[in-house]
Unconditional design. Structure first.
Length: 230
């Protein structure tokens, strides 16, 4: 199913377009850098059909939203926090892929107690958590053709692993066996979260198990059924 970001919420100086489907307990889906909510169409259908109320925004400057000249993950995290407040969502679950996972972690660190459960995939705590070849390639690309979204990936985030110990909600941490994120980075995140489950998906890369694939959605449904009990 193809979901249009037909709804809009104003957050401070930016407008966030988002798609919505289903009814039941609320869950937000956050895409990665340079993508939009359509990346998670399969997961949106799975969750809506399973009885969840799904919200899938385009991050600031992405998708249907007007592009910006500068980006920071903290701003994106505050956007989603304000969206949750504006929509009156009570401790929703949140799944974030790549940059979406960074946003999810920062949201709960900056606004503790906002979420009821979290799942993240292909997420890094700093640029050094990405494989060196990726950093080298995109550093060269960005030198030749500067892009504020690439600059964001190369310069942020800077999350202290010990800060993750403040997040006490259940968290599903996943990555592909051949991810752009270093295996030790995924392990570090899971080790510092008090209530984490880590899954490394065999033969998968950064997004192959969630883009046009039911696998991530199936893992989410199992995780939420077991751990999102409040």
């Amino acid at each position: 199913m193809y979901y249009e970001a037909s709804k809009i919420v104003k957050i401070n100086s930016v407008f966030l377009h988002y798609a919505e489907a289903g009814a039941g307990r609320p869950i937000l889906l956050l895409h990665g850098n340079g993508e939009d909510h359509h990346l998670l169409n399969v997961e949106m259908t799975q969750l809506a059909e399973a009885g969840y109320h799904v919200y899938a925004p385009d991050s600031r400057g992405h998708g249907a939203n007007a592009p910006l000249q500068e980006y920071h993950y903290a701003d994106m995290a505050d956007d989603i926090f304000m969206m949750i407040r504006r929509l009156g969502l009570d401790k929703p679950a949140l799944y974030g892929h790549s940059d979406g996972g960074i946003i999810a972690l920062l949201l709960e660190l900056r606004h503790p107690g906002t979420l009821g459960a979290m799942a993240i995939s292909g997420t890094n705590l700093s640029p050094e958590g990405l494989i060196p070849s990726f950093i080298e390639e995109y550093t060269q690309i960005n030198q030749e053709t500067p892009d504020p979204l690439v600059t964001l990936m190369l310069t942020e985030p800077h999350i202290d692993p010990e800060e993750l110990e403040k997040i006490h909600i259940p968290v599903l941490v996943t990555a592909g066996e051949n991810d752009l994120v270093l295996r030790e980075e995924t392990e570090r995140i899971a080790a510092h979260l008090p209530d984490a489950r880590m899954v490394i998906v065999p033969d998968a890369d950064h997004g192959s198990y969630l883009a046009d694939s039911p696998l991530m959605g199936e893992m989410l449904l199992d995780f939420l059924a077991e751990k999102w009990t409040q």
